[in-house]
Design a protein around this ligand. Structure first.
Ligand code: BGC
Length: 252
């Protein structure tokens, strides 16, 4: 079965169609750049025209970089405050005919990794961290995910501001930290998340994982840490999976 996924981020959106049994991308993965802050109207217009052009009538899942409840945007720290309170599901559903899902972008990555990636077969509590403009946090416990945890927005235990301001990939670029300098800061975040959820396994996802070999010697947890299996397609794939099967699937 095929399903389309769109992954909206702070600097662009990406879309593709996936075979949901194998996770394989079918055809091209389209990427569209934008610069945040971006108004809902501008981005929704772009999304609508891409959907119309794709003329897709199968399932469609969308990952959004903020908390989403019943199709409504609760937070959008990397897109702008204009988004808060907007019913994005209503804005986009009419431009498409099949089943529809709208979830947090990090939760979408977590679903892809849990069902088809590095988390497949893991039992107990799996914590997936997405490292990008922000920090996304997703927990699966025996197949069940609680959406919108947003732990990256928690106050840093030692510094002013929230955790992601100090440990995201955006923080690394802004402060021009070396991989080692960043990993040292990231470790503080890991300690915090670990105390919060006591994970049995942690998956790390994001472009920065290109440097995984350099990063891993600087991180320590009592539990295994794994690099994500998927790269840039993970969010779109996870959203596409949720559009077909919903958020919680028992993998038996
Ligand atoms: C947002 C999350 C999002 C994460 C990754 C954070 O700033 O609060 O909702 O999942 O960035 O995009």
């Amino acid at each position: 079965m095929l399903s389309m996924g769109i992954d909206i981020g702070g600097s662009g959106f990406r879309m593709g169609v996936f075979d949901i049994t194998t996770g394989a991308l079918q055809g091209e993965f389209h990427q569209h750049q934008h610069q945040a802050p971006i108004t809902p109207q501008t981005l929704v217009d772009r999304l609508r025209s891409c959907l119309e052009e794709a003329n897709w009538s199968g399932p469609l899942g969308i990952g959004f970089p903020g908390a989403i409840q019943q199709g409504t945007v609760l937070t959008a720290p990397n897109l702008g405050d204009d988004w808060i309170g907007m019913n994005l599901r209503e804005e986009l559903m009419g431009h498409h005919n099949g089943s529809f899902a709208l979830i947090n972008d990090a939760d979408a990555v977590g679903v892809a990794e849990y069902r088809m990636g590095a988390g497949r077969g893991e039992t107990g509590t799996l914590l997936t961290l997405t490292i990008g403009t922000g920090i996304g946090t997703t927990v699966h416990h025996n197949g069940v995910m609680t959406p919108n945890l947003e732990y990256g927005r928690h106050q840093h235990p030692r510094l002013n501001g929230c955790l992601e301001e100090h440990i995201s990939a955006a923080a690394r670029s802004k402060n021009q930290w070396s991989i080692e300098q960043w990993a040292e800061r990231f470790q503080e975040g890991l300690d915090y998340f670990e105390n919060l959820v006591s994970p049995d396994c942690i998956i790390l996802y994001g472009g920065i994982m290109e440097h995984w070999k350099e990063i891993s010697p600087h991180l320590s947890t009592p539990m295994p840490i794994k690099a994500a299996r998927y790269g840039e397609t993970a969010g779109a794939l996870g959203a596409a999976l949720v559009a077909v099967d919903g958020v919680n699937v028992s993998l038996g």
